[in-house]
Design a protein around this ligand. Structure first.
Ligand SMILES: Nc1ncnc2c1ncn2[C@@H]1O[C@H](COP(=O)(O)OP(=O)(O)O)[C@@H](O)[C@H]1O
Ligand SMILES: CC(=O)N[C@@H](CCC(=O)OP(=O)(O)O)C(=O)O
Length: 294
């Protein structure tokens, strides 16, 4: 080995050594990764994210993927000749739109499952209908009928736990089973929060299309790398966050209050964002923590 190669190999070894305490800490624990938004549009990016999740699994963690696909659903709604309609960030989902959503989410789900297989990981695609894993009630909003949009009322973790025990990685699409036994469209962030809460996950990671939570998204120096629950509540109440970040941060708070130990918002467009978050001292993005450990 020449000197340059030796230096590179030694750097790799150092990276591994730095990762060791984190690998030990998270080994055997549930980590839920929500993958959606613009961060999932690029095929190369998807492969990178999936490879990172595969690595988490191979080193002993118990990852669960919850995916979105909102942009893809909108594309197909438009192709069907309709204009996608949203109310407070939720898709107004009539019968036809629900049919499109189920078809698109099934396709997205199976693509992710196949990508996991390519990495040598046995993944199983599920919706909330499978074994009645995720039950919902129709979401009621004053003055507007959202159609087939659901609020998660119950997560049956038996199936998930059994699959994970048997070494499978669940890949979950945001569809719930209604009281009328119809499929209901659930916001994917809400789905990830419900799944992580029900499993008492150690970590919930939202991969999105921005570096994290900013005081001012226009000023990149205002990224908040860590916040506790009080601060997170303040950000919501004082309107620091807006757009899609508002429901996301509310979900982070809810997950922490439900017992998830740590929740992170990261830029899913960044190569190996998951590894940078899991295995470096500083991490990336924004962490919402109950009790900081490291
Ligand atoms: N204070 C803030 N910090 C970060 N992002 C913010 C903030 N306020 C509003 N946003 C917006 O929230 C968006 C992320 O939410 P969203 O688009 O719903 O993500 P996803 O589609 O990945 O679920 C960002 O792209 C950004 O435009
Ligand atoms: C009710 C509702 O709005 N459901 C979402 C589900 C998909 C989703 O949330 O996908 P992203 O995470 O990629 O945005 C929708 O139909 O767009």
């Amino acid at each position: 080995m020449d000197e340059k190669m030796l230096e590179e190999e030694s750097l790799k070894a150092k990276v591994l050594i730095e990762a060791l305490p984190y690998i030990r800490y998270f080994s055997g624990k549930y980590v839920v990764v929500k993958y959606g938004g613009s961060a999932m549009l690029d095929a190369d990016l998807q492969k990178n994210v999936i490879r990172d999740v595969a690595l988490l699994k191979l080193i002993g963690m118990k990852p669960i993927i919850v995916h979105g696909g909102g942009k893809e659903i909108s594309k197909w709604v438009k192709l069907s000749g309709k204009e996608p309609e949203f109310y407070n960030g939720l898709r107004v989902t009539d019968k036809d739109t629900m049919e499109i959503a189920e078809m698109v989410l099934f396709k997205v789900n199976q693509e992710l499952v196949a990508m996991m297989a390519q990495q040598g990981i046995k993944a199983v695609g599920l919706s909330g209908k499978d074994a009645e894993m995720m039950k919902v009630e129709k979401k009621e909003v004053l003055g507007k009928d959202l159609g087939y949009v659901g609020n998660v009322t119950e997560v049956n973790t038996d199936l998930l736990e059994a699959l994970i025990e048997d070494d499978f990685v669940p890949v979950i699409s945001p569809i719930g089973l209604g009281e009328d036994y119809e499929g209901y469209n659930i916001n994917a962030d809400d789905t990830a929060c419900a799944i992580a809460s029900a499993l008492n996950a150690e970590k919930l990671v939202f991969l999105t299309d921005i570096e994290g939570v900013f005081i001012d998204p226009e000023d990149k120096s205002t990224l908040i790398s860590e916040m506790d629950l009080t601060q997170a509540h303040e950000f919501v109440d004082k309107g620091v966050v807006g757009g899609g970040m508002l429901p996301k941060l509310k979900n982070c708070i809810e997950a922490i209050e439900n017992g998830v130990a740590r929740v992170h918002i990261l830029d899913g467009r960044l190569d190996h964002c998951l590894l940078l978050e899991f295995f470096t001292q500083k991490g990336i993005g924004t962490a919402i923590l109950k009790d900081p450990i490291f």
